[in-house]
Design a protein around this ligand. Structure first.
Ligand code: IPE
Ligand code: IPE
Ligand code: MG
Length: 249
């Protein structure tokens, strides 16, 4: 293997600029609700309001891709009533926001193991996908990670690559970092330059492990329902102060 093929494919450092792609782990809905003396679902409902504001702020800031972690493959381990509540909340939010987002040139794209989602949610996704935004009107892509985990994604990609090798249209020597990226759910998109996680937890929780290899991480104690556009802007500002080195000097 040549030196070049060993390189992690990263773009030139973009210190001082606005990121093209921001990923967000929206965390702390349950704790926020508890603090209000309410059920966890009350927190998830307020979390949707935060999503609306952050999406608008991101689009106004000129961000091209916003990827939000809405439901992980591990979240099925929660009580059934909470899982059901989250699923119908997301299904409803997709439909109620669809026209506004489409009008604003924001395209919803869904990443994750969508086939095993409840029927009503799959139906919402189908409608959102049918919304057509011409290229010249496209302002931002909102990736909604649903029943997503990075290990699921990397397993799927590996299977697809294996299948191509079995069919004879790929050799093992042709597997490069770029080829792997092209088999992920984010194929064709730049890797996130910035990851935001709310609620004080400092972990990735199985989110975009490959894509976050060189991402700047921003953690805030703020719980997701209390996060807002101003705090998102503050995170962008913090990103602009970072010096990205990519292993160089
Ligand atoms: C994030 O908030 C939303 C989802 C994971 C669906 P949580 O529900 O994880 O809230 P906390 O972390 O328990 O407070
Ligand atoms: C990560 O939050 C998943 C989402 C935000 C959808 P979790 O609350 O599920 O993660 P852990 O359990 O704290 O790692
Ligand atoms: Mg949590």
């Amino acid at each position: 293997m040549t030196q070049k093929q060993n390189h992690i494919p990263v773009r030139e450092p973009a210190s001082g600029s606005t990121p093209r792609h921001v990923a967000v782990i929206m965390d702390g809905n349950g704790r926020w609700a508890k603090g209000q003396g309410e059920e966890r679902l009350y927190g998830h409902r307020h979390g949707v309001d935060t999503v609306r504001e952050v999406v608008r702020t991101a689009a106004e800031a000129g961000i091209e891709y916003l990827t939000i972690y809405a439901f992980s493959t591990e979240n099925w381990g929660r009580p059934e009533a909470e899982v059901d509540g989250i699923m119908s909340l997301i299904a409803g939010a997709i439909l109620s926001e669809l026209d506004t987002l489409t009008g604003a040139g924001i395209r919803m794209n869904f990443i994750g193991d969508l086939a095993s989602l409840p029927q009503a949610l799959r139906e919402s996704i189908r409608k959102a996908r049918a919304a057509d935004i011409p290229d010249e009107k496209l302002r931002m892509t909102l990736n909604v990670a649903l029943n997503y985990s990075a290990r699921w994604e990397l397993t799927e990609a590996t299977r697809q690559i294996g299948e191509r090798i079995r069919r004879g249209d790929l050799t093992p020597e042709e597997i490069t970092p770029e080829l792997i990226s092209a088999h992920l759910t984010t194929a064709g998109m730049p890797d996130p330059e910035l990851l935001i996680r709310t609620s004080g937890e400092q972990r990735l929780s199985n989110f975009l492990l490959w894509q976050l290899s060189y991402t700047e991480l921003y953690f805030t104690e703020t719980l997701w329902p209390e996060f807002d556009g101003a705090q998102f802007t503050k995170a962008l500002e913090a990103y602009r102060q970072r010096e990205r080195r990519f292993g160089r000097l």
